[in-house]
Write a protein that binds this ligand. Structure first.
Ligand code: SF4
Length: 154
């Protein structure tokens, strides 16, 4: 997996103070996409073991308490990203007790396959669906267009 940005301290992408990772790779090609540079899987930089370790360490940093981890992109549920994202969310569960995980995807919850669902089964909130320019509404919280749904899973 490649990634474009990692913010160890972020107060914009989800509730509270968070760590946020923007991964590379997206198949959805939404007109008006805010992040076109992330579409290619091989764009950005390799997501290394060191990066994974850094995220776990940042989530457990008690000097600046983080509420959790936000995963966006690109699409964290792109089939080519599933293995690396699954490993990361498993580590957050095992090593970062009490931290929540939010994930943004262009897929709809009901069209995910069993591999992608292994990730969804381990996160707290899924924001799903493509960005639809005609349904864009700046007043929406945590989503760009009205067709997208904030699923509070657990
Ligand atoms: S799903 Fe997100 S990243 Fe992918 S094309 Fe749509 S708006 Fe862009």
């Amino acid at each position: 997996m490649n990634f474009h940005q990692y913010y160890p301290i972020d107060v914009v992408n989800g509730p509270g103070t968070r760590c946020t990772l923007f991964v590379a790779g997206c198949v959805h090609q939404c007109p008006g996409c805010y992040n076109k540079s992330t579409w290619r899987l091989n764009s950005g930089l390799p997501f290394t073991q060191q990066m994974e370790d850094q995220i776990i360490s940042d989530l457990n940093d008690t000097r600046i308490p983080r509420q959790g981890l936000s995963l966006s992109g690109g699409d964290p549920l792109h089939p080519a990203n599933v293995a690396a994202v699954l490993q990361l969310v498993k580590r957050v569960h095992a090593e970062c007790p009490g931290k929540d995980i939010w994930l943004w995807t262009g897929y709809k919850l009901d069209e995910l396959d069993s591999e992608q669902m292994q990730i969804v089964d381990r996160i707290n909130v899924l924001i799903d669906g493509k960005f639809v320019q005609d349904l864009k509404d700046p007043a929406l919280i945590w989503r760009g267009s009205a067709n997208q749904v904030v699923h509070k899973l657990r």
